[in-house]
Design a protein around this ligand. Structure first.
Ligand SMILES: [Fe+2]
Ligand SMILES: [Fe+2]
Length: 265
């Protein structure tokens, strides 16, 4: 019998709709890859994915329509945890899509992104547990589709994907998480703070993976890494604002250079 291939496995994870299916499939496929049970030979064509499998709820609304709530109330804390759970759920799909879509990379690329998918499923589980502890669950608040929008915008070029998903979106997560942790300190919700510390630690690794492969691709194409990154940001996100303070130590660990951080400020 022919071995199952990694790209079909990634596709199955992308298609999984329920929360449990998405997380379980991700764990099963990541373990299968690590055991060497999935091959890199495939006949599966690369399809556009307009929307990966997801539960019926949360309802997706425009980013501006997601209500901001104060953290002082239980509902406010639940809304924050829900927003983070939504990011982690999408991040599972973003990682599998990096595997599924880009076929010509060295084995280590797939090792890295399978590991990211596995960790995103872990993060989702941790945050979802905190959300459930507050009496809510994933789907109880509206959410926006900004993360998957970025996947479709960058599906044509792995260089642009590495720049804008790990090195922009996930890197911005490094910037904002310490502020969220500080706000949570006022609520005394130590369990959620602990979860965010784990996420912050792992996300440095995800951004570093983005830097590693962005650098690899720049090198392959004869591009200068820092200039290419700036150019991609200017082309795709001309209106990006950096109103938030950069988490410089985390970004340095994740493969941004000092000059690059200076230029981003
Ligand atoms: Fe994550
Ligand atoms: Fe991540």
């Amino acid at each position: 019998m022919m071995k199952k291939d990694l790209f079909s496995a990634a596709y199955d994870c992308l298609r999984a709709e329920s929360v449990d299916d998405k997380v379980n499939q991700t764990q099963i496929m990541a373990a299968a890859w690590q055991r060497g049970d999935l091959s890199l030979q495939t006949n599966m064509p690369v399809e556009a994915i307009h929307q990966p499998g997801r539960p019926v709820k949360p309802t997706l609304v425009s980013a501006g329509a997601v209500p901001k709530r104060k953290l002082g109330s239980v509902e406010g804390r639940a809304a924050l945890l829900h927003a983070i759970a939504h990011i982690e759920f999408n991040a599972i799909d973003l990682a599998w899509d990096a595997v599924y879509r880009f076929r010509e990379m060295p084995r280590e690329f797939y090792d890295d992104w399978v590991q990211v998918a596995f960790e995103e499923a872990y993060h989702f589980g941790l945050v979802h547990q905190r959300l459930q502890d507050t009496g809510y669950q994933y789907g109880d608040f509206d959410a926006h589709n900004g993360l998957w929008d970025m996947a479709t915008k960058t599906a044509h070029d792995i260089l642009v994907r590495m720049a804008l998903v790990p090195r922009f979106l996930e890197a911005r997560g490094l910037d904002v998480t310490p502020g969220i942790i500080r706000k949570l300190e006022n609520t005394g919700d130590q369990a959620s703070i602990d979860v965010l510390q784990i996420i912050l630690r792992d996300e440095i690794g995800h951004v570093a993976i983005g830097s590693r492969w962005f650098g690899y691709l720049c090198n392959q194409r004869g591009l200068v890494m820092e200039a290419s990154y700036r150019q991609i940001l200017d082309e795709y996100l001309p209106d990006r604002g950096f109103k938030i303070e950069l988490n410089e130590s985390a970004r340095l660990q994740a493969g941004f250079s000092k000059d690059e951080l200076q230029a981003l400020k």
